[in-house]
Design a protein around this ligand. Sequence first.
Ligand SMILES: Nc1ncnc2c1ncn2[C@@H]1O[C@H](COP(=O)(O)OP(=O)(O)OP(=O)(O)O)[C@@H](O)[C@H]1O
Length: 522
Amino acid sequence: MIRPSQEMDRVALAAWSISKSFGDVQALSGVSIDIQPGRIHALIGENGAGKSTLAKILAGIQPADRGQLLLNDREVEVRDRAHAKSMGINMVPQQLSLVHDLSLVDNLLLSSHGLPARRGQARDLLRATLDSAGVHVDVDIPTGRLGLAHRQLGEIVVALAEGARVLILDEPTASLGPHEVGGLFAHLRALCELGAAILLITHRIDEVGSVADDVTVLSHGLQVFSGPTEGLDSARIAQLMVGDLPPARERAPRAPGAEVLVLDAVSAASRSDSDLHDVSLTVHAGEVVGVAGVAGSGQHLLAEVAVGLEAPLAGSVRIAGREGLDAVTALAAGVAWIPESRADAVVPGMSVGANLTVYGAAVARDASARVAARFGGARGAATTVQEQVLRAFDVRPPRPALAAGMLSGGNQQKLLVARELDTAWEGGEGPTLVVANGPTQGMDLRASQAIRDRLVAAAERGAGVLVASHDLDELVEISDRIVVLVGGRLVDDMPAASATSDRIGRAMAGLSTADVQDGDDA
Ligand SMILES: Nc1ncnc2c1ncn2[C@@H]1O[C@H](COP(=O)(O)OP(=O)(O)OP(=O)(O)O)[C@@H](O)[C@H]1O
């Protein structure tokens, strides 16, 4: 539990009537927010609503076109990020900013521009912050070797070591499981009690009710609500955010077909996840297999093995009937790949249209395959076709010529899903196998539902679908079977009909599920 030993200076940050546009996109129009010390303020809204833009303005990363910022009721001009940090305002961005090859100590040296000036000082400062925070994270190993939850905490601890009093957290829980989320919130609440002011950007409505004291809801750059959460239930918050949702897609009955993915006694080694031990798993055509597990249980590595990005140390992997496929060949052969981090599959400097034509995972791993066209010339051809695909997947704005990095995080994810799951390109032929790791992370309610529907539709068209998610309700909704990973071993394999969040949760915790099966499911 984060327990700094001393009370912090109490800093209140407010923004009044902030507007910001990018070309003809009005990202924010007259938005106001009041972030008070000792309180957690949630900032929510659909993908592209303007949350990250507002957060970046508060943190001095981007200037507003109009509006005022007030620190403890005094108007301030936040010149840049370093200036914001000097006033105690710091932001942990959506894509974590720690350099993976560097330790927390070196990351602190890097981000604090030489203050502290020497490694020894930086280490002392971090250790003191960690000690007072009651968090145990190795400050000397490369942060890429830390689990995701520890990296997230590491970012926060680095921000605290830099003197943060107002902490802006852009979707810190998007890739964490329920257990890690609970731990993180306990830390945040403890920080609040010592006087920190916290702005929490999230898509998880349940978090707003359970952890936030205040909430601001944005929609299309406009503020539709700002005030205490007291008296607001989840349904009302969801309605404020996205209006009324269409019902989930009806499932058409389908019989499992041929084997499209077979892992036979696979063991594999990971740098940042659990190693896999003796994993055997088959996915058939027409079947959705869900993978559950607390963060770092091996689902990341399992997904990478399933698309040929990681070779097993022992055992065999057969993708679409072929053994020993590398990722580039597998992707070209009709495997759709939605990795855990969209940064591994969307190239921000390339246009949205060009991103529709490249290999996903190969982008990050293999520079020589960087612009390998997966669909020959067909995809590159017609801008109008690209526009149609972007609209079909609700990518906003649907402009092929825009650099992909200009899209909001959620819209980049929609772009990735469009590239991997759209079928129009290939004359209606969908992928043979879909491997998706956390496909709805950071997506709003409507977009999450649309992605789930697309995955089920892919299975209905005959693809085998392997999907890992921390959202257990999501797995129960779309899967035919759910397997559970604990420490890199498959410990359970249950038909969806007998899977409840409770039963999966017990299996994830390494508890017996037999009694749940008999009793609690009823
Ligand atoms: N640098 C930029 N250049 C052009 N447009 C931008 C830029 N940054 C943001 N936008 C646009 O501003 C709008 C708001 O984006 P923002 O990233 O703030 O949304 P968000 O609410 O954080 O979305 P998400 O939940 O998907 O992360 C979007 O339409 C986005 O495309």
